[in-house]
Write a protein that binds this ligand. Structure first.
Ligand code: SAM
Ligand code: SF4
Length: 475
């Protein structure tokens, strides 16, 4: 059967499942990576156009090293041309690891009797948020197991509490969430607490694999999870993040399914996801899957480059699951956000900051355990501008990533100066002397590069105000 581009067998109806496995397999089977076609598809992406599933499948099927080189180079070019040098930083904060599901890859699964279970109480939560603020974090993602304890009301109260915690110049300016799916009412409650992005990963879009990986608990319901973000949208949360856990099933299938999810949200709600995550399976306590679909480093970095080209205006999130050298490479392909200073052990930011990972208290193993300052230092060394900017979210400029990409001059006018303001705050309040020296050089040089003189002076003036003690300045 031959497909017309973007004609789906399952139509995009809100709240209805939209993944047709056979369709995705057919698209993959029919995509032939001829050189001229591959070049044309990359050129289309560099022209800032979204790729269709068929076009993306052509890139996914390319195995010729020369073509793979073009794909990687294309992603690098797109990043340089469009996004510039900013990398947004955040930290995950695990609030509780009680869970009634049995995801076979996860250390928090209910059947794992060696897991040490805990939910942060109010004092512990405050202590952890303060500890994060003391390092300079401004953006958090709160992570929860799936358990009746973590109701929508509990999550909403937790969010409000996190926003209320201040330490010296420290404050959390954006709280994102990664938690179980809710009904529309639940999403309303959570949305009203002022969250940034609601993130939920389908893990695998392949139904038979999903069934194997999620044998019991509420998460065993594939469709309820697949339609979670439809309910979030209906409940008023229009800033959402999707993701697939790479290593459960064929990575090519998952990339196309992620795009299918993007298309579904755009078709039904006129807004795509703010971010896509692509966690790769890591070791965990009681890990219970074979490695048939393991994704190699080469495949992983390639799939990120392909995702970048396929959805040029969607944020890509890379986490500390990946080791330093992979993070470095993948950053060049246009990831927009990374975590840093990450600790997964519940309560560890306040209690055990120096202690190594203990998998009885953690969901999985991470491979980049550098401090926030170390990561910032390396970013600056590599000519990136670390950013804690939260301006768009607080100014109500929704669809931020889309605007960055599509509104001419948006990055120059808003994103770069705002990144510099948050970097200046970080340098003054938290950086080591060596990082501070490098940081100021970068700030000064970046200001000098602003072409418009009056704008350049405005930015310089604000940095001076920050040096004089003002905080939280943004355009
Ligand atoms: N309980 C919530 C849920 O399942 O949606 C929160 C999810 S969990 C705390 C965040 C994500 O971590 C999961 O969605 C999954 O993709 C990922 N994850 C779980 N086990 C993992 C492992 N062994 N290696 C890497 N990522 C893992
Ligand atoms: Fe529970 Fe989430 Fe882990 Fe599944 S991935 S066992 S739902 S914490």
């Amino acid at each position: 059967m031959k497909f017309e581009p973007q004609q789906y067998r399952i139509p995009d109806v809100s709240m209805q499942p939209f993944i047709d496995e056979e369709e995705i397999h057919d698209i993959l089977r029919q995509a032939i990576p001829e050189k001229e076609r591959v070049k044309a598809i990359i050129a289309k992406s560099l022209d800032k156009q979204r790729l269709s599933l068929e076009e993306t499948a052509v890139l996914l099927n390319a195995t010729d090293p020369e073509m793979i080189g073009w794909i990687r180079q294309g992603a690098r070019q797109l990043k340089e041309r469009v996004y510039g040098k900013r990398i947004v930083l955040f930290a995950p904060l695990y609030v509780g690891n009680y869970c009634s599901n049995n995801c076979r890859y996860c250390g928090f699964k209910a059947s794992n009797k060696s897991a040490i279970r805990k939910t942060l109480n109010t004092d512990e939560l405050i202590a952890n948020v303060k500890a994060l603020e003391e390092h300079g974090q401004k953006r958090l993602i709160l992570v929860f197991g799936e358990h009746r304890t973590y109701s929508a009301e509990f999550i909403a109260e937790t969010v409000k509490l996190v926003y209320s915690v201040k330490k010296d110049h420290g404050e959390i300016r954006r709280v994102n969430i990664n938690a179980a799916p809710f009904d529309i009412e639940g999403f309303k409650t959570i949305g009203e607490s002022g969250i940034g992005t609601y993130q939920i990963f389908q893990e695998t879009y392949h139904r038979p694999t999903y069934k194997i990986c999620h044998p019991s608990g509420k998460k065993a319901d594939y469709d309820y999870r697949l339609t979670a973000l439809d309910r979030a949208m209906e409940g008023g949360i229009d800033d959402v993040g999707i993701g697939a856990l790479f290593g459960l099933y064929d990575w090519r299938f998952e990339v196309l399914a992620l795009l299918r999810h993007v298309n579904h949200l755009e078709a039904c709600y006129n807004v795509g996801p703010h971010t896509i995550s692509f966690p790769r399976i890591q070791d965990a306590l009681d890990y219970d899957l074979d490695d048939q679909y393991q994704v190699s480093d080469e495949e992983f970095t390639r799939l990120v480059a392909i995702l970048r080209l396929a959805v040029p205006y969607t944020g890509l999130i890379l986490t500390a699951r990946e080791p330093e050298h992979i993070r470095r490479e993948v950053l060049a392909y246009g990831c927009s956000q990374i975590d840093a200073g990450t600790k997964l052990e519940i309560g560890a930011y306040a209690e055990n900051p120096e202690v190594d990972q203990n998998l009885t208290k953690e969901q999985f193993k991470i491979n980049d355990d550098r401090t926030l300052n170390q990561v910032i230092d390396e970013l600056i060394e590599n000519d990136y501008i670390p950013s804690f900017c939260t301006a768009c979210y607080r100014k109500g400029r929704t669809g931020q990533h889309f605007m960055e990409f599509s509104v001419p001059g948006f990055i120059k006018k808003f994103c770069t100066p705002n990144a510099l303001f948050t970097l200046a705050e970080y340098i003054i309040d938290y950086a080591t002397p060596e990082t501070a020296a490098k940081g100021w050089r970068l700030v000064d040089q970046s200001i000098d590069e602003i072409e418009d003189e009056s704008y350049r002076n405005k930015v310089r003036d604000r940095v001076e105000r920050i040096k004089n003690g003002e905080r939280d300045l943004y355009f």
